[in-house]
Every structure is written in C-alpha cells, then in structure tokens.
Design a protein around this ligand. Structure first.
Ligand code: ADP
Length: 403
C-alpha cells in the first residue's frame, strides 16, 4: 500500500476533492471529483488520473438533505472502494483566510481551529465551510493528519504600502488590512511560469484569476507584490455575483437612506451584484456570452473594462509590465473576455494573436507584442497536495487529538 493525501476544498454548496499518492518525487494525482448542489440537489462526479469517469452509483448522495456532515463520511467510504492500493494518511484543506501571520501551511490543532474561527467575519462565505470540513473529517477519521493551506499566505510577501488602507492606525493594528485571496491559485501560476514564459518568469507579471470569484495578482520574481482583493473577497474586480470595489458611500446610503439591514446589504453585495446584478440574467459568463439581451453584453463589457483598469493600476505597483497570465474558468476559456481586456491595453503595447486566442493556446500574444500574454490552467489542489507532502517530508506529524 502507498500513502496518499486527500485534498478537500469545501465551499457553501460544493465539495471538491482529490487524492494524491505520495511518491518520492512528490504527489501524483490518482483521482479527483466534485459534489455540487449540496443542500439542494447534490450531483456527484469523479474521474481517475486519466480523466475517465468513475462510478458514482454506490455513493448515496441523491438525498436533497445531504450536507457536508453527511457527505464526508460517505465520501471516505466511497474512496476506500476506489483508491486502489492507497492508504489515505493525511488530508490537506483549502482554507480561505489564514490571517496576517500565516505565510504558509499549518497543521490543524485545536488552537489553530480557534485562531481560524476568529477569522470567520472576514470571510463569511467561505471560512465556515472550510472549517466545518476539517471538524467533520477529524470526527470521522481521527487518525488522519490534517493540514490547512491558506489562500492569504501567498500575499504575505507584499510590502507595507500594498497591505494598508488609508484608515486610522488603531483599526489597522486591529487587523483591518488588505490580506488578498486566491493565493493557492497564484502559487500554482508562479510555479508554472518558467515552463510557459522562460526568461520572463522572474519579471513583472500580472496573473488574472477570472472565475466566479475574480482577482488580480501582481508578481515580481514570482512573489506577490500587490493584489486587487483586500480585506474580504468583495474588493477589486467585478465578479459573478459580487460587486467588486465600490464607493463605501454607497453602503452608507443603502443603510441610512434605503434603511437596508446589514444582512440585506451583505446579501446584495455578495450574492446579487456583479455579472448577475448588472445583467439581471445570470452570474455565468458562458451563459451571458450566448445571450442576445444587450444587458448581458453590458455586464461583460463592464467586467472587462474594470479588469483592464485594475491591471494598469497593478502595473504601476510593478513599475511596468512584462506578461499577463489568464487563468480560472473565464480566464482559461473565454476568448471574448480576454480580447476585450487586451484591446484596452493596446496603449501599453499589448497585442493579441486572435487565432491563438480563439484556440485557447498557451501563448496568445503576437511576436511584436510588448507584453507577453499567456493562458495557464490553474490547479489549486496540487498545490495543497504539495504543501502537505513537503510538511510530511520535513517532520512527520501526528493526527489532531481533540478537535
Ligand atoms: P469558481 O470560482 O466557482 O471555481 P470557475 O473558475 O470554475 O469558478 O469559473 C466559472 C466561470 O467560468 C463561469 O462564469 C463560467 O461561465 C466561466 N466559463 C467556463 N467555461 C467558459 C467558456 N467556455 N466561455 C466563457 N466562460 C466560461
């Protein structure tokens, strides 16, 4: 039997999972899958390392009542049948918020869980689900060593200016800082850069993680210099359902004049804005691209306009720009979004190779473009598996004792 790592990425209505065997040269993916529609209509899908679908009939997930607490034990039982010569000894979790000090992964202990619970108000949509998965796994499989890998860690290399708001110092000292997110995705991109960009890898790069959640990260020497998402996952780019950066006066107006409650405002900004709010049709970019209504195309145009404007702001933090990398669902697949963004950067010398862009090729800039343009598919799960692997190599750890 070979030791293996289970990677979990628990969201509000989905649970992504992957299993990696622990080989001398690092983790190798053996299977990956997803349960979507948790709490409403769970749908299970899984594929082996060759991309072939794995049977799911034996995983009883069709009950609409199935929640994370029911799914994790069912998933472990299913994995025992399909993990073929592997013994899961560790689990790595995506945890959105690690606070100001966590610059890398950490073993889960009761003290760490308390520390991460205290960060829930800073990431209310994600952190509770991430932590619930850790607790549930600790109760179901107490022998497993669990490691938390943070989306904020990659940004802890940023300097003072990039991490601060123009607020009174007492608030800053209490933790009102620009933390940044999507760090596991950016860490993967940083690792892949030499393969795609050769000598430019250590240069001035903006990575654009454009998925349902969206942000930008300015990197130099493959380290985070600045990012568009700050204190919460609301700041920065327009997203599927989130508004992105907003005049804080709008929030005061909603509460003072329109008498909206905190819950109403939170729901509006996190769930009803972005592509969904502007189009009035959908939060899904592919659906909007195919829709004939002008509102759908206005929403796409606003998404791209704001992304291009924020890219030029981040280019200033880098003192120039050598490369842009597009990643995540929209960044990897939407030729239209990439074109509309790059067209606005023509004044910086960015030139799109339209054929390569239409094919979703790895390099999508012309040979004369002053900025190199790339598509790099992201893989947050392999970064988590690698972080677990590295921690286990350096100091074998024990299971969480009393989470
Ligand atoms: P999440 O943040 O939920 O992980 P993803 O990275 O999977 O999101 O990105 C989801 C987004 O990617 C959706 O808006 C979806 O419509 C978009 N997307 C996926 N494929 C395409 C495509 N071929 N064309 C345009 N948009 C696409």
């Amino acid at each position: 039997m070979t030791d293996a790592t289970l990677v979990l990425n628990a969201g509000s209505s989905s649970l992504k999972f992957a299993v990696y065997s622990c080989e001398p040269d690092g983790p190798h993916v053996r299977l990956r899958g997803k349960v979507a529609g948790i709490g409403t209509h769970p749908v299970f899908s899984a594929r082996n390392a060759h991309g072939q679908p794995l049977p799911s009939q034996d995983l009883m997930l069709v009950s609409t009542e199935a929640d994370h607490d029911a799914l994790i034990p069912a998933l472990l039982t299913w994995l025992e049948r399909h993990e073929d010569g592997l013994t899961i000894t560790c689990a790595g979790h995506r945890v959105v918020h690690g606070g100001r000090l966590r610059g890398g992964p950490a073993q889960v202990t009761p003290a760490l869980l308390d520390e991460l619970e205290a960060l829930i108000p800073l990431a209310p949509l994600h952190q509770p689900h991430n932590l619930a998965a850790i607790r549930c796994l600790a109760a179901t499989a107490p022998h497993l060593t669990q490691i938390a890998c943070f989306d904020t860690s990659f940004h802890r290399t940023q300097d003072w200016l990039a991490q601060h708001f123009a607020l009174p110092r007492a608030l800053t000292e209490s933790g009102v800082l620009r933390y940044g997110f999507h760090g596991l995705s950016y860490q993967y991109i940083a690792r892949q850069l030499p393969r795609y960009t050769g000598v430019h890898a250590e240069g001035r790069v903006i990575a654009a993680h454009l998925g349902n959640g969206a942000s930008l990260c300015a990197m130099r020497e493959r380290k985070s210099v600045a990012t568009s998402m700050g204190f919460t996952a609301l700041e920065g780019l327009m997203m599927g359902q989130r508004c992105g950066s907003l005049d804080p006066g709008v929030v005061l107006y909603l509460m003072d004049t329109l008498k909206m409650t905190t819950d109403d405002v939170s729901h509006l900004l996190y769930e009803k804005s972005g592509l969904l709010g502007v189009s009035g049709i959908s939060n899904d970019m592919a659906e909007l691209e195919a829709h004939p209504a002008p509102e759908a195309h206005e929403a796409i145009a606003l998404f791209c306009y704001r992304a291009a404007c924020d890219m030029t702001a981040l280019a200033t933090s880098l003192g120039g720009l050598d490369s842009i990398v597009f990643t995540a669902g929209i960044g990897e697949n939407s030729a239209l979004v990439r074109r509309l963004i790059v067209e606005r950067l023509g004044w910086l010398g960015a030139e799109l190779d339209t054929d390569a862009n239409a094919r979703n090729a790895s390099c999508i800039s012309t040979t004369t473009s002053r900025i190199s343009l790339y598509i790099i598919p992201t893989d947050e799960e392999v970064i988590i598996a690698q972080e677990v692997h590295d921690m286990m190599q350096h100091s074998p750890l024990g299971a969480i004792s009393n989470a």
